[in-house]
Design a binder for this molecule. Structure first.
Ligand code: PBG
Length: 334
């Protein structure tokens, strides 16, 4: 190891720099700001609806009018961005996910409304088919149950364009099909959306932490016993994440995401040190639920546990964090 210091105890006392709260703040290597936090929002059809999500205590599915109220709250508390996820009724689901690119669909309408009222607020949309497929997979399925890559990309491109048409700032493909970033970027350029940003879920793992989210968007039941391991990454792999990021960046991604966050800090750090791009981390639904459940007893302090967790994700190298705690944290930080 490189020699870090010429000095040693007692000339050097590490505790000297820790004995004053202001000093600790001044010297902290990592800061947590609300502007780095992104609130995921679940959108439902209808008016004046606010549905509790059993799997995500404290989080509701909101109809568009209530999404607007929520965005106002976020904005007033210093949050700059939200990520929208649809929960649509079964009658709008199909095997080809055609509803996903309906220009008057739920998400497309919601984006337009938000951008009309809050033009500066950053809207991130999920480019993925799972809320729209009758089987809950992120792609088009053939008779033997395989997810077809290129056929899925064709639909993702249409969905992405419909989001760009609605005014979305950042498109976030979360499907893990090969080549989808290149296909989406090509379509955006062709349609003069030169400034629409792509946040690639580059290192998205086939994780057991997504259960509460799947319940929230209604894909849990459709999915049944099947999994997503033929397209999402194996959680035992890290080098593979670097290849995924490299590819997505070369295909035209502006930003990359690692998901989940807390069990994957090594992946975040590795990507950050290898590619000098903003890395986003998704503190996913299962991570949220674990903290909510564990802090119910008050033996663990929720606020302190959350601030520590998110700070550590930042320390690992994440620039922004998607978290269901965003609004709560922004209030604490105020
Ligand atoms: C699917 C998608 C998932 C999440 C975001 N987008 C679940 C999945 O891949 O099955 C999970 C987010 C969370 O758990 O909070 N396109």
């Amino acid at each position: 190891m490189k020699k870090l210091s010429q000095q040693s105890y007692p000339n050097l006392r590490m505790r000297r720099l820790r004995n004053n709260k202001n000093l600790r703040s001044m010297l902290s290597e990592t800061k947590l700001y609300s502007e780095n936090l992104i609130q995921p929002i679940f959108v439902i059809e209808g008016k004046q609806k606010k549905q509790r999500i059993n799997s995500l205590p404290g989080i509701n599915r909101l109809s568009i009018d209530n999404v607007i109220k929520e965005v106002r709250k976020l904005k007033n508390n210093g949050i700059k961005a939200a990520a929208l996820f649809p929960s649509i009724s079964n009658k709008n689901k199909s095997s080809d996910a055609a509803e996903s690119y309906n220009s008057n669909g739920l998400i497309q309408t919601c984006v337009k409304k938000i951008k009309d009222i809050f033009p500066e607020f950053i809207v991130i949309t999920d480019v993925a088919l799972d809320p729209y497929t009758s089987h809950g997979q992120d792609g088009i399925m053939n008779k033997s149950g395989n997810i077809l890559n290129d056929e899925t990309n064709d639909i993702l491109v249409k969905q992405a364009l419909s989001h760009a048409n609605s005014g979305a700032d950042i498109l976030a493909p979360s499907d893990m099909m090969d080549g989808r970033i290149r296909a989406i970027r090509k379509e955006l350029e062709k349609n003069n959306y030169h400034d629409t940003k792509i946040l690639a879920y580059a290192a998205k793992y086939a994780s057991n932490y997504y259960g509460p989210f799947r319940e929230a968007v209604g894909s849990l039941k459709s999915l049944g016993k099947s999994d997503k391991k033929t397209y999402q990454m194996d959680f035992r792999n890290r080098n593979e994440a670097l290849r995924e990021v490299d590819l997505d960046l070369r295909e035209g991604a502006d930003l990359v995401m690692v998901k989940p966050a807390m069990p994957y800090l090594d992946v975040i750090m590795n990507i950050k040190t290898n590619f000098k791009v903003p890395v986003f981390a998704y503190h996913v639904s299962g991570e949220y639920l674990m903290i909510k459940s564990a802090t119910k007893t008050k033996i663990l302090n929720e606020k302190q546990i959350v601030l520590e967790s998110l700070s550590c994700i930042r320390r690992a190298g994440a620039t922004c964090i998607l978290t269901y705690y965003a609004l709560e944290v922004a209030k604490w930080l105020k």
